[in-house]
Write a protein that binds this ligand. Structure first.
Ligand code: MG
Length: 498
């Protein structure tokens, strides 16, 4: 795997950088799960200092010259090439963005997240407008520092998915927009369309729900509890400290139990990628996944093709029954069919995180168009609320009544992330391609251990060795959105009877 002397020297030095990232990751995880609120300012300071130390260590002259030396090596293994590729990407970031710019951005986004929370609570975009304006200005500036060919937005997209461009994302959305609109139209005009489902408001017992989540994870992964655990946070996420210590979180709303459960299964998909990354890649820059599109293809694969499946629902039906309080749902509502229609409902809604498999992508298109328009200077932050609402009306036929359900709903911008959203849709579409690969081989997804082995062999073991494009090549695939479109069409025409 790693033989080249220069690479071995790089990897040896890298272990210190890895240790810093490892420590920061634990501090972040703790901040999101168990830290008492008042610990926030010291934690922020510690994390800020750790990132400055990491940058300094990364820019160590000897290390940088080793990296440049490695750049010129012709004969390398795929893993060695992966190490060099990933480290040169970080180097580009550290070298092109001035350190006071990075610091200012860090400070701005730390404060902006607090301001965003207040604005969201008070339902008032005006409170957040100035900060958001600065965040977009600084992102524009970052794009200039980082460089781009066609659009400054390309430089930002590339930060989240290597090589992603505005025009490739635009092509993707152009191709899926009308088929999804037609499908949504057929669903909402079908006689089986429903606007509410009793299970959405059925209350559940939080303690029982958390036991169910554990049981599901144990069912999907026999070492659950040994190399991987579940906790609670304000928003579900996955983090990985090593391939023997991966953490996921979920949330509990005390009703609408599917939100908690599907979040668990979604995050399990992310966790599995890191858990099954080859042990030889531990403590190297390519351990675990770094492509957000590949990562999301894993989480969506488990969420959509396992969590929403009839087989899975039938298996856990009795457990679902016992979680839901009988006073808030009648017996009839607790049938396999009822659970299935609940897990697979399609309905235009205001919040991205609650969106279904069909409408989800309109939420992403809207964000992509807004980000690109702002970065390319086609409209201003002061137009944002109006643009948001008119696009919601055009795509989903509904308009938010207030800013919290509209322009203020996502945390991403307040944290400085512009260019992140498209990876969600691209990953979801790729997830359907993995499912079709597995099906074509006549393997049964519900044979979870076998499915996990397949994913390990074709995706996970490589960690970040390959770019998205190269991983697909290795699997003799190309990105093909028609696979997911066909799956959605077949599934929902069956469910909604058209
Ligand atoms: Mg995800």
């Amino acid at each position: 795997m790693f033989k080249n002397k220069v690479i071995l020297q790089i990897l040896d030095y890298y272990k210190d950088l890895w240790a810093l990232s490892y420590t920061s990751a634990i501090a972040h995880w703790d901040l999101e799960t168990y830290m008492p609120q008042m610990g926030a300012s010291a934690r922020g300071e510690a994390l800020g200092r750790l990132s400055v130390i990491r940058q300094k260590m990364f820019l160590d002259q000897n290390f940088v010259s080793l990296l440049h030396k490695a750049e010129g090596i012709k004969q390398m293994t795929d893993q060695e090439r992966g190490v060099v590729r990933i480290l040169l990407r970080s180097l580009k970031y550290y070298e092109k963005l001035p350190s006071d710019f990075i610091e200012d951005f860090e400070r701005l986004t730390n404060t902006a997240t607090v301001i965003w929370r207040e604005a969201k609570e008070k339902n008032n975009f005006k409170i957040f407008e100035k900060s958001l304006s600065k965040i977009f200005d600084m992102n524009k500036q970052a794009a200039e520092y980082l460089g781009y060919e066609d659009s400054p937005y390309d430089a930002l997209l590339d930060q989240y998915e290597e090589g992603l461009t505005s025009s490739s994302v635009q092509n993707f959305f152009d191709g899926i927009k009308s088929p999804l609109q037609e499908l949504l139209n057929k669903i909402t005009t079908s006689s089986k369309y429903f606007k509410t489902h009793p299970l959405e408001t059925a209350k559940y017992d939080k303690h029982k729900m958390s036991e169910l989540n554990d049981k599901v994870l144990k069912y999907l992964w026999k070492d659950f509890g040994q190399n991987f655990r579940l906790d609670t946070s304000a928003h579900p996420f996955t983090t990985s400290f090593s391939n023997n210590d991966t953490r996921i979180t979920t949330w509990y709303h005390e009703q609408d139990f599917g939100r908690s459960l599907l979040a668990v299964i979604h995050e399990f998909g992310h966790a599995l990628y890191d858990l099954q990354s080859a042990p030889e890649l531990e403590m190297t820059p390519i351990g675990g996944g770094s492509s957000l599109v590949i990562h999301e293809s894993q989480s969506r694969f488990w969420e959509n093709f396992v969590g929403r499946s009839g087989e899975f629902i039938s298996h856990f039906k009795k457990d679902f029954d016992s979680v839901i309080s009988t006073s808030s749902a009648s017996r009839k509502q607790l049938s396999v069919g009822s659970y299935h229609s609940y897990f697979n409902k399609v309905r235009p809604s205001l919040l991205r995180v609650e969106a279904d498999e069909v409408t989800y992508h309109f939420h992403i298109m809207l964000r992509f168009e807004i980000e690109r328009g702002l970065i390319e200077g086609r409209f201003k932050i002061s137009d944002l609320r109006e643009v948001w609402n008119s696009k919601m009306k055009a795509y989903l036929g509904i308009v938010p009544k207030n800013d919290s359900e509209g322009v203020l709903q996502d945390i991403h911008w307040s944290g400085g992330a512009v260019g992140y959203f498209p990876t969600y849709s691209l990953g979801t579409f790729l997830g359907a391609q993995w499912e079709s690969q597995i099906k074509n081989l006549k393997l049964k997804i519900k044979n979870y251990e076998q499915t996990e082995q397949w994913l390990e062999k074709h995706i996970h073991q490589y960690g970040s060795t390959y770019t998205l494009e190269d991983l697909l090549k290795k699997n003799e695939m190309t990105f093909n959105p028609s696979v997911n479109l066909k799956y959605l069409e077949e599934k929902y025409s069956g469910l909604y009877g058209f």
